[in-house]
Write a protein that binds this ligand. Structure first.
Ligand code: C2E
Ligand code: CA
Ligand code: CA
Length: 640
């Protein structure tokens, strides 16, 4: 027999190149990538021994027979061990995050391999696969084609498994796996038909190259611009770590201050800044442990050790106390931190990531430099939020949300001339939940858009149905959340709804808080101008809380200012607070705006506020928020 070995030489070069490239790139080592590495290495051995044995067979008698047997046994182990390892690799890939193998997986992958190995290892005695005669000539044994058959069977199992689990893979990956299988089967058939033509290793090398680029490409889980791993990388890394069951900790840093810079220094410059931050994190945490997990958020995995944690916190604090520089511009950023421990705080990857996101969000919205730890309090808060969220979903699905109305009293007219619409959630499994609790949660996950539209529609429908203006109510106030104010289509959407109900725009007064005005200034302005042009009025809610400043009074076309109940109550208790309130009222009056005082609970408060110059009152002294029916009866008395 005379083997043609050129393809084997090419296969060897190609495989060595893949290996070098593989180890040169930063990558995350997991059980799946471990299988792939094993696949390349065993393939390299197969190429080497295919070449070696072929050359020796071509030169019969050059080596003693026992050595020929040994080399050929090694060659067969590598070649026939390769296919089960490929199937094992596919099992890992198709299992996704859940990498645990069950008994069936082990039997599928290793079962036939055992039979193959027995056949191969006993060959020097039995001559099952091959034999050498006394002249050193090579001969195929009776089981030679059986091994080919088993290999083809393995490939068919791989193809079936890929089809079965195709939903867990990308389309290109499914195609790659099928091409891999098909190429190998064709190569085996070619070798079976023309024995001396050794193409199988070369074709297998090409197939491995395909898999390498399509399934084992580190770019899929890297952030190329920042030269760190991305969120997928974190999932992958955690997969490997959780499997090992050894403790570790994750630090999440949602860098603050970059969001606003996007507008001023431009997105490209912002990327440069992010890169500098990423480099700093890599410097303290090691390149393989830093992940860019959200727009301005990073995560660092570190040792399960208090000392390591303290060092990390100190290093981050110290760096962010100093400014960053960009084109000679000094930029101050903040680094709130969130710490999650494995396995104490969460045991599965999903829960770990979920908790990390939650803690990072809490840290981002918390006070400066406070470290949020995933302790019992945080877990309880998160659990409660989950319950509230489910209650809201149920209320939306079953349409059980209600709108209550709290009348607003006019000092001049001595009757109710307006009302505020306030949402109520029916009693839930976990008891009563007030809007102060559920609205912020609805804002966090975007559900507020649906709830906000529901309230607005309900109010429009109610006003038209009751012809409420005939009962003395000139307009109804509807609260707008920050998230709604950031919707470009808000104005048009509301105008369409009012048109649908044939409700004049002047019957609606939208309440906006100062925070909304700060966060969504441009979008809010555009929405407001469009709505005001159509006759909708606006009120500034919760005046006197947060960072009130006079500019926001002038900047936006408000027609009414609502003084927060806290401010009203403080003034009744404290002389200085009273002075501030008196001056505020005078200032607002001088701007020709109406004033509604909230939280009026007693006649004394009402009298004092009247003397000060407030035009309208809202509070328990007049009425608590009541349902639509009660509100209408209240109004019947109002007009009588
Ligand atoms: P807010 O806009 O400041 O609404 C006034 C809150 O003060 C209401 O609480 C009202 O019941 C309460 N209140 C009024 N007068 C008195 C009083 O004399 N004494 C006391 N102790 N409280 C008084 P409520 O209904 O629990 O609403 C809480 C907050 O939830 C609202 O504060 C508002 O920010 C939000 N909210 C309620 N409904 C909606 C809605 O439909 N959409 C949005 N985005 N937010 C809403
Ligand atoms: Ca309000
Ligand atoms: Ca208010």
């Amino acid at each position: 027999m005379n083997f043609i070995v050129h393809y084997d030489i090419a296969a060897l070069i190609l495989t060595a190149t893949i290996l070098v490239h593989y180890y040169l790139k930063d990558r995350i080592y997991t059980k799946t990538s471990g299988m792939f590495r094993l696949l390349i290495w065993i393939h390299l051995v197969a190429c080497l021994f295919d070449l070696g044995t072929a050359v020796m067979i071509n030169n019969a008698g050059f080596l003693p027979n026992w050595l020929q047997y040994l080399l050929n046994v090694i060659y067969c182990i590598a070649v026939y061990g390769r296919t089960p390892i490929y199937l094992g690799y596919l099992v890992c890939v198709t299992k996704g995050i859940n990498t645990k193998w069950d008994k069936r997986d082990h039997i599928t992958v290793w079962g036939l391999l055992l039979i193959e190995m027995i056949i191969i290892v006993t060959t020097p005695v039995t001559g099952f696969v091959f034999s050498f005669d006394s002249a050193g000539q090579y001969h195929h044994g009776p089981m030679f084609d059986v091994l080919y058959g088993i290999t083809i069977f393995y490939y068919l199992v791989a193809a079936v498994r890929t089809v079965k689990y195709r939903a867990t893979l990308k389309k290109t990956q499914v195609t790659t796996v099928h091409i891999y299988t098909a190429m190998n089967i064709v190569a085996i058939l070619v070798e079976m038909i023309s024995n001396h033509f050794l193409v199988a290793q070369f074709v297998a090398s090409l197939a491995i190259l395909l898999i390498y680029f399509s399934l084992e490409n580190p770019e899929d889980y890297s952030d190329k611009k920042l030269a760190v791993f991305n969120r997928d990388g974190l999932v992958l890394r955690l997969t490997g770590m959780v499997d090992k069951k050894k403790g570790f900790r994750i630090m999440g840093v949602p860098v603050q201050g970059l969001k606003y810079l996007n507008d001023t220094i431009g997105v490209d410059n912002n990327v440069l800044l992010l890169k500098e931050i990423a480099e700093f994190f890599c410097h303290i945490g090691g390149v393989k442990n830093v992940f860019h997990v959200s727009n301005f958020g990073f995560a660092i995995i570190y040792k399960n050790d208090v000392f390591a944690e303290d060092c990390l916190i100190d290093a981050i604090r110290q760096r962010f106390e100093k400014p960053f520089y960009l084109n000679n511009m000094e930029i101050s950023l903040e680094a709130p931190m969130a710490v999650v421990h494995y396995p104490e705080d969460a045991e599965t990857i999903e829960n770990l990531i979920d908790l990390l996101d939650y803690a990072m969000n809490e840290a981002a919205h918390g006070e400066d430099h406070v470290i949020v730890r995933a302790n019992e309090d945080l877990l309880n808060k998160k659990r409660r939020e989950g319950q509230v969220l489910r209650a809201m979903k149920t209320a939306l699905r079953e349409q059980t949300f209600q709108v209550f109305y709290q009348p607003i009293y006019s000092v001049e007219e001595k009757r109710y001339t307006a009302a505020e619409a306030l949402i109520r959630m029916p009693n839930t499994e976990i008891g009563f939940i007030g809007p102060d609790e559920f609205i912020p949660i609805a804002e966090k996950n975007g559900m507020i858009l649906e709830i906000g539209e529901f309230v607005f529609r309900t109010v429009c429908e109610f006003m038209v149905k009751e012809q409420i203006w005939e009962k003395g109510i000139e307009n109804i106030h509807v609260n707008l959340s920050v998230v709604q104010c950031m919707q470009e289509k808000l104005a048009q959407n509301f105008l369409d709804i009012m048109e649908g109900y044939e409700l004049p725009c002047s019957r609606i007064n939208l309440e906006v808080t100062e925070t909304a005005a700060v966060v969504s200034s441009e979008c809010l302005s555009a929405n407001m101008n469009k709505l005001v042009a159509n006759g909708v009025r606006f009120a500034l809610d919760d005046y006197g809380t947060g960072f009130s400043n006079a500019t926001s009074l002038i900047e936006y076309p408000y027609n009414t200012i609502k003084i927060d109940k806290g401010v009203v109550w403080a003034a009744m208790e404290n002389e200085n607070a009273m002075k501030v309130l008196t001056h505020s009222v005078a200032m607002i009056k001088s701007l020709d705006m109406n004033i509604v005082a909230e939280g009026v609970e007693t006649l004394e408060q009402a009298n004092e506020l009247t003397n000060m110059g407030c035009d309208y009152f809202q509070g328990y002294y007049y009425s608590k928020p009541v349902n639509a029916e009660d509100f209408v009866s209240l109004l019947d008395k109002n007009c009588a």
